[in-house]
Ligand binder design. Structure first.
Ligand code: BG6
Length: 489
């Protein structure tokens, strides 16, 4: 039996027939149901613009649920229970009269959670219409990314929502914050005095954050081409990871204490100068290449692509944080589509010992590394130096891992998907894992200067072959500082 209690709610999912809802949100709600974490009185209302009968849409949602949950994790008894909670409402998001039925179904007794898996352009209208039918008082709203495409447009969206919903009932999603290992970063840093004493420029030489994806853009060209990798990944996921690594210890675990510390980091990010744009930042776009031994098209050859686009599918950059803890410690960020593997990992490189007494030829490998693997094979590993075993080895050193692999260590426990945790936290009213308005704005502020710089320079992204680790210049970016990306060369 779960050790936490969750209040009942009416979960209104806007954009219920979209990719995100079908692939992630319904499966996450199903898993919560299976784990006994949905109250028996919780109901789910799927709202979408598609006409057609309720029966037909619910049957489609059910078949997609089975597909995405996968046979191994399907329990027909849970599926039945889950589907019994579900109803479908056809709405035009912009018409307030279409919300009357929702208000009737929600009644006034229960908390409403309104999840917007729709374009951000309609968030304001949905909020206004919820308020018109009396659903503003008791409702928490959940906003999917991207919230805007720059500081100005994100402010517009946030302001439109804020007219009807206060910040403490507004939950902005960055699904990376729901990943198990990301949560563990807080535990690792602040529940172990071992690391915190070393966590600064005296002991750390640099930090790498890589979020690589094997997939290309495929069917998502329409959305992605307007965004690009900086807006799609750096502005949110990678900067959030950077904040969790770089922030000062919060006073407590409350949402605002954590978010206050994250905002300070974002505000301390050094702006990138026009010269820095060429030495500190690399934009790339994939061209045809190979993925898992099969040839795959380039970004400009994907279906429905515009062959002139200069949208980036890869970004590598060096970020510097202007404060006492991190002065002189670069954070190298790298993210791209069509990389050789799906890999999200953070590597903290510690400095060499201050006085070196071993053989000079071994010096290069002397540095401890803390590797935090978000996916796949979630876990934490600390590379430490030990002596090679054997009488003939002398004081030959080797670097080996002290390893904590989450799925091996807690074999029985399944690692939940990020959305399961995030949906649960919304139901529990806990904002820890959600992004506050000022965080989003500080992140946009920093990214906007990069976007403006690119626009001004007019430089095209550098090509890289699908299935590679990005343009050669992304390797030069780090080797110029006498370092290399961990593990891939
Ligand atoms: C999303 C981006 O936020 O994150 C996608 O919009 C990306 O482009 C996805 O593919 C990656 O998420 P994950 O959890 O698979 O690493």
């Amino acid at each position: 039996m779960p050790s936490i209690t969750v209040e009942p709610c009416t979960f209104a999912l806007f954009g219920a027939l979209g990719d995100l809802a079908l692939r992630k949100l319904f499966p996450a709600l199903y898993q919560l149901d299976g784990a006994g974490l949905l109250h028996e009185d919780t109901r789910i209302i799927a709202l979408a613009r598609e006409a057609g009968s309720e029966q037909e849409h619910l049957a489609f949602i059910a078949s997609e649920l089975r597909r995405y949950v996968g046979a191994k994790e399907l329990d027909e008894a849970v599926v039945e229970r889950f589907l019994a909670r579900l109803s479908y409402l056809h709405v035009d998001f912009l018409k307030s009269e279409d919300y009357v039925a929702l208000a009737e179904m929600a009644g006034s007794a229960q908390r409403v959670i309104a999840y917007f898996a729709t374009p951000a352009a309609v968030y304001g209208a949905i909020c206004e219409n919820l308020a018109k039918v009396g659903l503003a008082e008791n409702t928490r709203v959940v906003l999917e990314k991207p919230i805007g495409s720059d500081l100005e447009s994100s402010r517009k969206v946030n302001d439109a929502v804020a007219q009807f919903f206060p910040e403490n009932r507004t939950y902005r999603i960055d699904h990376y914050l729901g990943k198990e290992t990301v949560q563990n970063l807080i535990a690792l840093r602040f529940a172990n005095s071992l690391f915190e004493t070393q966590w600064n420029q005296n002991y750390i030489s640099h930090v790498e954050i890589t979020v690589a994806e094997k997939v290309g853009i495929e069917g998502r060209w329409g959305y992605f081409d307007k965004a690009g990798q900086l807006r799609d990944m750096i502005q949110n996921h990678l900067l959030q990871l950077l904040c969790l690594i770089a922030m000062d210890p919060p006073a407590d675990l409350s949402a605002d204490s954590i978010r206050d510390e994250k905002v300070k980091v974002l505000k301390a990010l050094a702006p990138i100068s026009p010269e820095g744009l060429t030495t500190q930042v690399v934009r790339g776009q994939y061209i045809a290449g190979y993925s898992e031994g099969k040839s795959v098209p380039g970004y400009l050859e994907e279906p429905n692509s515009n062959t002139q686009s200069d949208t980036e599918t890869f970004v590598a950059l060096r970020a510097d944080i202007r404060n006492w803890r991190w002065a002189g410690v670069p954070f190298y960020l790298r993210t791209g589509k069509r990389m050789p593997q799906k890999l999200s990992q953070i590597v903290i490189h510690f400095k060499e010992p201050s006085h070196y007494i071993f053989a000079p030829e071994q010096r290069l490998q002397i540095s401890n590394k803390l590797i935090i693997r978000l996916q796949p094979d979630e876990g934490i590993s600390l590379r430490v130096m030990t002596k090679e075993q054997g009488l003939d080895k002398g004081m030959q050193l080797r670097s080996g891992p002290l390893q904590l692999n989450f799925s091996d260590t807690w074999r029985s426990a399944r690692i939940p998907d990020a959305y399961e945790r995030l949906l649960l936290e919304v139901m529990r009213g806990n904002q820890n894992l959600f992004v506050r308005k000022d965080e989003i704005e500080a992140a946009w502020n920093w990214c906007d200067q990069l976007i403006a710089g690119w626009k001004k320079s007019g430089d095209a992204p550098k090509p890289y072959a699908a299935g590679s680790w990005g343009p050669m210049s992304s390797i030069a970016l780090i080797t110029r500082d006498g370092r290399s990306w961990y593990g891939d060369i």
